[in-house]
Write a protein that binds this ligand. Structure first.
Ligand SMILES: Cc1cc2nc3c(=O)[nH]c(=O)nc-3n(C[C@H](O)[C@H](O)[C@H](O)COP(=O)(O)O)c2cc1C
Length: 215
């Protein structure tokens, strides 16, 4: 598959089938992920791959923590968001709303679904070594981009799930990850349910003249 096609075709999957991902497929995927570039080739990442029953077990703990702490999906902005971003958020909601209705899921589905990784059979938890500042999460961003596109090429569906990073302490505890490490992102991984209206949503992108400047 040409890389451009993988880029065009990839979208976040929010309903997975229960088909498990073969171990060899996961290993190949992680090899390709780790071919990503990083500053000074430090490769400051570590990936923990959960499979099978471990996924719903973690999901249960996260759901309990959500009930106690109530931290939801959000942009984590430190200043009020300019209108242009609010409009993009609204545009996504305008597309997701009818798909959620059609799929018959509850209004809070993006939060509750994220906490259980949308029923995916595998999850990758990406952590940054605590020796580094938050800026080095950039290197993990490259690797995770590689992961998403390699998965696409391999016929796998993905959804980056950032919400659960607000519950990083629970994840680290569950997976015996060093408390010093930062949970940067998780990715739900598996096979898309092709019949779910939620998986038909194709999120739009801003026109180039909004995001690219030429000199
Ligand atoms: C860093 C990051 C965190 C994200 N966190 C979540 C999440 O917690 N739950 C979720 O359903 N989607 C999450 N997403 C998926 C985005 O909502 C999605 O990428 C965006 O709406 C664009 O849609 P697309 O991936 O289908 O192109 C996240 C994406 C990124 C890059």
């Amino acid at each position: 598959m040409p890389i451009a096609q993988a880029i065009e075709d990839r979208r976040s999957c929010r309903v997975f089938t229960d088909q498990s991902v073969p171990q060899e497929t996961l290993e190949r995927l992680m090899e390709l992920t780790c071919r990503a570039p990083s500053a000074i080739n430090l490769q400051p990442w570590q990936f923990t791959v959960l499979r099978g029953e471990e996924v719903p077990r973690l999901g249960k703990k996260l759901t309990r923590a959500y009930a106690e702490r109530g931290i939801s999906c959000g942009p984590d902005n430190t200043k009020p968001l300019p209108d242009i971003y609010l409009e993009r958020q609204k545009e996504l909601n305008r597309l997701m709303g009818p798909a959620m209705e059609q799929a018959g899921v509850e209004r809070n589905f993006i939060n509750t679904g994220s906490l259980v990784f949308y029923g995916a059979p595998a999850v990758v938890v990406a952590t940054l070594d605590g020796a580094f500042p938050a800026e080095r999460a950039l290197d993990l961003g490259f690797a995770l981009g590689w992961l998403l596109l390699a998965a696409q090429e391999m016929g796998l569906a993905t959804c980056p799930v950032g919400l659960v990073c607000s519950y990083g302490d629970i994840i680290k505890d569950f997976l015996n990850i060093d408390q010093d490490r930062r949970v940067v992102l998780t990715v739900a991984l598996g096979y898309a349910d092709p019949n779910s209206p939620l998986n038909q949503v194709r999120s739009p992108r801003a026109p180039l003249d909004q995001v690219v400047r030429w000199y």
